[in-house]
Unconditional design. Structure first.
Length: 362
């Protein structure tokens, strides 16, 4: 056990999402590496709570407003009780981290920027982030676009790019059984949000379906029950795809789900470095992904899978058809992607780099 380093991950919720999954993955990996590791969900719990390792300390604040004195007092007591040395705040939880820094000035505050719309950074709100950034001991960015933005905008001197990593539990129990014919299943792990562009994926799948009507598309991700989710469901119904496109909502057994699938797809308009893409790789799935964020660094076109332009259902459908119709090449893509992810996006190297960041040695 490293007695000097005691780290708490701060995250707004434990609903499935990229930032949330990374907070859990980091907390678990730190604990496995012998570091005193804790995780605090500030506003909401969620399905990812079940993935927190038993040797990770856990706290839920049930924060209901921006300045919630009860939550502030509770977290401050926890930090002092466990002698936390480093607060690792993810996404918008940096504000709560800042409040803790004010009460515990010797505690380091690291901010982890997971901003998903990295192609639209000109729309990003700077207040109060820029002001508070003076108190950050370090900033971690999940892609190079965010790295450049943070270096230009923030006052922290230590700003680095650290790529995401993923874990894959091969022994995960199956809770979700995918519908459709075995060997014909396409899967998309993405919450139902506009930036994930499920509508473009559905249009592409419609073109695939016209040629191969036994193929099925499986959408796994949180349904926010909003206007965007309604558009997705309306499209499925209007095109009579109810028996070919299936929505599963938020699932905790994603590793087991991927083992039932044959092709992984992401049609996003914008990304950082999607954890779901790394999970596709660990599951040996051949993939089709749009050329956004760091996707093309994970997937070399026609080596680890296929890269297509965003917002182009024709290109997306053609890439999916290419994988469907070339099973031998498809299998090689899956193996190549698995090898690449295991080599470059493993937890051991990540934690090694993270230790340096925590200790200001980067």
């Amino acid at each position: 056990m490293n007695n000097n380093l005691k780290v708490i991950q701060l995250i707004d919720s434990l609903n499935p999402g990229g930032a949330e999954m990374m907070a859990v993955n980091i907390a678990n990996a730190l604990a496995a590496d012998g570091i005193a590791s804790y995780l605090c969900a500030t506003r909401k719990e969620g399905d990812l709570k079940a993935k927190i390792a038993s040797n990770v300390g856990y706290l839920y604040l049930n924060k209901t407003k921006i300045i919630d004195f009860k939550a502030i007092k509770k977290l401050n007591h926890f930090i002092r009780k466990h002698k936390i040395t480093t607060i690792h705040a993810h996404s918008s939880s940096y504000f709560m981290g800042f409040l803790m820094k004010m009460r515990n000035p010797n505690t380091k505050l690291i901010w982890h920027d997971h901003f998903g719309m990295s192609e639209n950074l000109h729309l990003r709100k700077k207040f109060p982030l820029v002001l508070i950034s003076h108190y950050f001991s370090g900033v971690i960015c999940v892609n190079s676009l965010l790295l450049n933005w943070n270096k230009k905008q923030l006052k922290s001197k230590q700003i680095v790019y650290l790529q995401n990593f993923a874990n894959f539990d091969t022994n995960q129990k199956v809770k979700t059984i995918l519908k459709g014919v075995e060997g014909k299943r396409l899967v998309c792990l993405a919450n139902l949000r506009p930036q994930k562009d499920h509508l473009n994926l559905l249009k592409a799948f419609l073109l695939v379906h016209k040629k191969y009507n036994d193929c099925t598309l499986h959408l796994v991700g949180m349904d926010l029950a909003d206007a965007y989710a309604t558009k997705i469901k309306d499209f499925i119904k209007s095109q009579n795809l109810q028996n070919h496109v299936f929505l599963y909502g938020s699932c905790t057994d994603t590793n087991a789900i991927l083992k039932q699938a044959n092709i992984g797809v992401l049609a996003s308009l914008s990304e950082g470095l999607p954890v779901s893409l790394l999970e596709y790789g660990l599951a040996k799935l051949p993939v089709v992904v749009t050329d956004v964020g760091e996707c093309s660094k994970v997937v070399v076109h026609q080596q680890h899978g296929l890269i297509v332009p965003k917002s182009n259902e024709v290109a997306l459908s053609e890439a999916l058809l290419m994988l469907i119709e070339n099973k031998e090449k498809t299998a090689l893509y899956g193996l190549a992607l698995q090898s690449n992810v295991e080599k470059k996006y493993g937890s051991k190297d990540y934690i090694k780099q993270l230790r340096l960041i925590y200790n200001n040695e980067f």
